[in-house]
Write a protein that binds this ligand. Structure first.
Ligand SMILES: Nc1ncnc2c1ncn2[C@@H]1O[C@H](COP(=O)(O)OP(=O)(O)OP(=O)(O)O)[C@@H](O)[C@H]1O
Length: 308
């Protein structure tokens, strides 16, 4: 099985350090979401893994070897970095055929990946007539051409319509279930939450988190409980008896922060409060991510004065 290993990776452009001593491993059999604000260094890290840029120091390897040292690299690593990588005057099919031929991949893979990515019907059209979503799908088709063990996609949902977004979710889950190593950057938190098992989060080139997604959320966002009743007074009294304070929502329901649904259910039931609705509101990836990046921004704002 093949992992991506990033070890003390640093990249400077001039005197700007955009990747700063990063160390993490992307493991097979799961989808790893790659998150971070604009300019955090995600694309640069992916480019360094693909040998498209040279690190200032540190290493990035795939299956223990630098990308440049891999034999027939497309059979090992498939990547989508830029949906505009294909030549506009070529057809989608020709673009893939050239890639297949130059990488000694069987021509039948071209038709297979065209089918797999849902663009077989437009494969004979020139790429410059494609919508952004079609170009994304073509880029993903190119990434899958060599049936690689490692797949790295930079913002693959970009430009996809709702059906495309559902499709990419299924594709990523399947690639991971097949035991592949899947690294996917995204700015869409709900999207990432729907496909990622694990997260690597960057902020200003540094590693902020490398953790299973569930743990990432649970460590930052406490769950709450939503309750709706026909007797607000009785509800408030029952909750107060158990040390809870509820917040009334615009729709007439109540939110009990930092509470578990089992405890609230038991408390209101014992007190005989009429309940119309009771549900648990788990923390979302978006809340957890904003909590982490807000802390990071605060640190950034404070650090100059701390240095004085
Ligand atoms: N070739 C380059 N020369 C100089 N600076 C660069 C170069 N490539 C990237 N940068 C800078 O490095 C920083 C990190 O960029 P990068 O694209 O890796 O971030 P990102 O996390 O992928 O951001 P986004 O989410 O916006 O895609 C940015 O400030 C960018 O301007």
């Amino acid at each position: 099985m093949t992992s991506i290993d990033v070890q003390n990776l640093t990249k400077e452009y001039g005197n700007r350090r955009v990747v700063d001593d990063l160390t993490f491993t992307v493991r097979p059999g799961r989808v790893t979401g790659f998150l971070g604000p604009n300019g955090a260094g995600k694309s640069t890290t992916m480019r360094l893994v693909l040998g498209l840029d040279r690190p200032t120091s540190g290493t990035a390897t795939v299956g223990g070897r630098p990308y440049a040292a891999l034999d027939e690299p497309l059979r090992h690593v498939g990547a989508l970095l830029d949906a505009d990588a294909a030549h506009g005057s070529r057809t989608g099919r020709d673009h893939l055929r050239v890639l297949a031929a130059s990488n000694r991949l069987p021509a039948r893979r071209v038709d297979e990946v065209l089918e797999e990515t849902g663009i077989a019907s437009v494969a004979r059209r020139r790429v410059k007539t494609y919508s952004l979503g079609m170009r994304q799908r073509l880029g993903i088709a190119a990434a899958l051409l060599g049936d690689p063990e490692v797949v790295m996609l930079d913002e693959p949902s970009n430009g996809l319509d709702p059906e495309g977004i559902i499709w990419i979710r299924g594709l990523l889950r399947r690639l991971a279930a097949e035991g592949r190593t899947v690294l996917v950057s995204s700015h869409l938190m709900n999207e990432t939450a729907s496909f990622a098992d694990h997260l690597v989060v960057l902020g200003r080139g540094r590693l902020l988190a490398d953790t299973p997604m569930r743990e990432f959320i649970e460590a930052r966002v406490r769950p709450s409980v939503r309750v709706r009743t026909s007797d607000d007074t009785a509800l408030q009294a029952a909750l107060a008896d158990h040390g809870h304070e509820a917040v009334r929502q615009e729709d007439g329901s109540w939110t009990v922060p930092h509470a578990r649904v089992d405890d609230i259910g038991r408390a209101v039931s014992i007190a005989g409060v009429p309940i119309l609705e009771l549900s648990s509101a788990e923390g979302t990836l978006e809340q957890a991510y904003l909590d982490l990046t807000a802390a990071e921004t605060e640190f950034a704002a404070q650090s100059p004065s701390q240095e004085v």
